[in-house]
Design a protein around this ligand. Sequence first.
Ligand code: N01
Length: 887
Amino acid sequence: MPLPSAAQTVAAGAQDAQQVDVAVVGAGFAGLYLLIRLRRAGFTAVALEAADDVGGTWYWNRYPGARCDIQTTDYSYTFDPELESAWRWSEKYATQPEILRYLGFVADRYDLRRDIRFGTKVQTATWDEAAQRWLLTTDNGKPVSCRYYIMASGCLSAPKPPEIDGVGDFTGEIYFTGRWPHEGVELAGKRVAVIGTGSSGVQSIPRIAEQAAHLTVFQRTPNFAFPAHNGPQPPDRVAALEKDRADYRQQARLSLTGVPLERATEFSWQLSDAERRQRFEKALAAGDLVAMLSQLWADQGGDLEGNALAADLLRERIHAIVKDPETAEALTPRDHPFGSKRPCLETDYYATFNRPNVTLVNLRQEPIKRITASGIETDRRIVDLDVIVFATGFDAMTGAITAVHPITGRDGKSLSDVWAGGPRTYLGLTVAGFPNLFMITGPGSPSVFSNMVVSIEQHADWVVDRLMAMREAGFTAIEATEAAQAGWARHMADCSQLTLHRLANTWYTGANVPGKAPGLMPYPGGVGPYRTICDEVVSRGMLGFNLSGPDGAVQCNDGEVVRLQPDVRLVLNMLAELNLPPLESLGAEGARSFVKQFNATRPAGRPVGEIVDATLQGADGPLPYRLYRPSTPGPHPIVVYFHGGGWVLGDEQSDDPFCRDMCRRSGMIFVSVGYRHAPEHCFPAAAEDGYAALRWIAENAAELGGRLDANGAGPLLVAGWSAGGNIAAVTCQLARDRGGPPIAGQLLVCPVTDCTFDRPSYIENAEGYFLTRSLMDWFWGHYCPAADRTDPRASPLRGKLAGLPPAFVATCEFDPLRDEGIAYAEAMAAAGVPVEQLQARGHFHSSLMMVDVVATGASGRVKMAEALRRFAGMAERPEEAMPKAAE
Ligand code: N01
């Protein structure tokens, strides 16, 4: 007899199944809120929950000391003000039993239990293409047939196996913090081991040490931890909430972490040692994860130097508390940046290691060989035990989705196979090939990088609102497109460049589970930005989704929701919100003073060895210049730099952060030249000043601290941005044609190279990216009469290009000048000039200049500095001499 096909099996199973619109897995924070929303929206729904009661992760994690690590003011539902006033938390960080009571209270208040099947695990989930429904089989009762399947199964709910030989041989008791017995565990008088020092270990170790006869802690990697200072809810936080609850909650939704705390805006190098310490002490006293991770200084999270300053203060504290220096050092994290692994809030954790009944075993020095019948054997000792507690963590983010039951999507594809190389999602909510499947706080969404409750509410609202809109429009199936999903992966990777998470082996990256594909799983771009992206997907006609309905209705508006670099997107949104008048409407003087004021709000650049302001001889009189000298011993090669500003705006100081940064990265002197501006001095004044400045600098190189070769000059290099890139390019042509001085290389950043406006980049990026077509028109109008614009001193692309110095040309994707920059690079290369190009994806005209604001531009500047050093014949900079930024 032929075996039934998968489709037949599904169809047969569906007949006696429980029929609902929506099935939800999990009855924790996410599942409960989903049930409330679905019921209110008029959908029939069931939640399938393996446990015997509500609570999700808070049902299982009952180990001693278990608490939340986001303050309860914020770790609460916000959807119903009446619920908020009906519940009072007793502590700043609630205990697990109190959180569980809260979730039970919510379940009762909204009468949710009647839609939850407790003690029920989903065993398989299969998409039925013909019926356009999911069929779920369970280990307890009827299968479920649903239109939509929502995984609300939590990010940290699938405990990781212990991965240590001999666990089965142990004759004593074994417990997992993530599956702690409900009746509690009697530890008094026993010899106990805890393996693992993540949040679960750090919370439970002090409590276990109080009970056990002896506690041995087996630590592989020390974590950063600082005090929780638990107690009553802090009055200032409660007051802020109660002053204007709606506003407080809205601020949380728009914040980066889901907690409405201001982030530090000053950079570490703007603060003295004493000021930094004061900030650290304040954050320490606050006992708040978000405060410590964001309120010290602006560069603590994305820059290794700024991060190290914070890490050092935390390390110092460990040594101040732990009496035995060897134990203190073993507890001190040195292998990862602070915050790259989730830090822990502690209560008496470090002091516990001063107790006579506590021993720390440093597994980095003596790895566990095996677990034996009587205890644990390391390379150096045998520890006899009555109890082993595994605080070894979770198969995070994906474990509860793929490892718990097979999910089979369209064309019989299994989610585990599709994710074999790491989770691929669109928005962390959906997966291409898996119609009508949603994940709440799935990989690719802010999830564990945020206050989970805020992210859960946002996801549940977004999903249920979409289901309602689809019902209204007559659609019954929704699926992400491959293009949208691939775009999201790119955006995730771009965001991860802004953080240091990629530098640590953590459960964030899957590194804690052997064989798991590496890659950052939570979305690191922030809760507020993420929310606006999800909203943008909707406002752009469900961008990146395929919608279909029973009557052949189809809608697919394919595309990539974020093509800009994440920080560029924020900058452009901020500029759009400021609703600034177009620069060209202000007149030259007005535009100049506007730019000056605007520049005054930038982060001050980092210190360099020396800054000298003086004058040099231009084509028709003295010109101001600013010289940036590296802190390394000289003499140094000199770069003659021309600022941007459309030949009308700016001065020798207006690209200050860029010049500082490039001086530090290249180890070269930058001399920024204040050439004459239009309309007072039109073409060719600026170009002629450029060449005159080059000559003057070459003649005075020794006095300026420049390195001289055998001929008594050089290497001299030329660089410029935008209109300054135009002057730099022209200067190279003039130097070639007028007998020198020799130039070792040219760096052209988003240069103006031609006077026509008809290339595609001028059309695609005419508006919306700060430098507009209309502004370029205004610049050209001031600088150069139409008849002169084809002169190579205005449009260097039209000049002779052979024999020019080697060039590095950087262009940005969302810049009207992009294509003329590329054209210049290609034309030079065709003329035999060695040319390197950087086409910066997702960047706009100012990106590479906005040091410490557009951090994703740093890698571009690294490449520029390397190119300059190559042109000057210098060795690559040794790693330790490089300024450490998140590149
Ligand atoms: O798990 P973890 P967790 N041999 O993965 C070690 C949340 N949470 O349950 O770092 C020896 O952080 C492992 O060592 P290493 C919170 O988001 C919150 O503690 O891989 N050791 C590590 O020390 C948290 O981040 C709260 O070298 C082994 C530890 O076990 C997340 O859940 C409370 C090992 C695991 O730490 C996970 O925390 C609890 C082995 N084979 C949890 N395998 C709150 O406060 C693993 N380890 C709200």
